[in-house]
Design a protein around this ligand. Structure first.
Ligand SMILES: N[C@@H](CCC(=O)N[C@@H](CS)C(=O)NCC(=O)O)C(=O)O
Length: 204
């Protein structure tokens, strides 16, 4: 059985969302980032970064969220979450990498400051992160205008990764309503059946 290390609210949630969308059974080993568990010799043997998520699928051990998502879709997608030509696959990867490279750090910094700074957020860091999101949001807005998904006119791993990254900004209070196409897309991902099933795990 496929095993996912890391909890629902970490990037492991993205992996679980993809597994849910693919209809694949999996075991979740819930471990918090920076916990003792992530520093155990057994876990370090799987992931020398001591971070989550890690995927175990038979002999395969994989870390780095986007690599895991690309693997799952390519291996098990059978036309779900993925595409059937190198150019279309590259388009899915392009949007996921764009969000990963341009927006992920800013969205995470904003979330960390607003939610996890012990009530002592650094406004300069928040402002800088907001500025970065504002800088690249028009690219997404223009691309998503008139579209339901980032690539392929269907849910792909780019939407799962991208939507859950942008959700960090939303949790931190970033106002996406000024970008209506992005806002609609984000809502579509967060309310998708797959993501609802992941969130249900948080309460069980
Ligand atoms: N680029 C990595 C980042 C992994 C990562 O930073 N995971 C967080 C949880 S979402 C973590 O384990 N942080 C602990 C740490 O930074 O020590 C990926 O996408 O998998």
């Amino acid at each position: 059985m496929i095993k996912v290390y890391g909890g629902v609210f970490s990037r492991a949630g993205m992996v679980m969302c993809a597994l849910e969308a693919l209809g694949l059974p999996y075991d979740n080993v819930d471990m918090a980032p920076r916990s003792e568990q992530t520093r155990s010799p057994a876990y370090l043997a799987l992931n020398p970064m001591a971070k989550v998520p890690t995927l175990q699928d038979g002999e395969l051990v994989l870390w780095e969220t986007q690599a895991i998502l690309f693997y799952l879709a390519a291996q098990y997608g059978d036309n779900l979450l993925w595409a059937d030509s190198p150019a279309k696959v590259a388009d899915i990867q392009r949007w996921s990498l764009f969000i990963g490279n341009q927006l992920e750090a800013a969205a995470l910094q904003m979330l960390m400051q607003v939610k996890y700074s012990g009530g002592n957020p650094d406004q300069a860091v928040i402002d800088q992160a907001a500025q970065t999101l504002e800088q690249f949001m028009p690219v997404l807005e223009q691309h998503l205008d008139g579209k339901d998904y980032l690539a392929e006119s269907k849910l792909t791993v780019a939407d799962i990764h991208g939507g859950l990254v942008l959700a960090w900004g939303k949790l931190a209070g970033f106002d996406y309503s000024r970008y209506p196409a992005v806002n609609r897309w984000l809502k579509r991902i967060l309310t998708s059946d797959a993501q609802q099933r992941v969130m249900a795990r948080a309460t069980t």
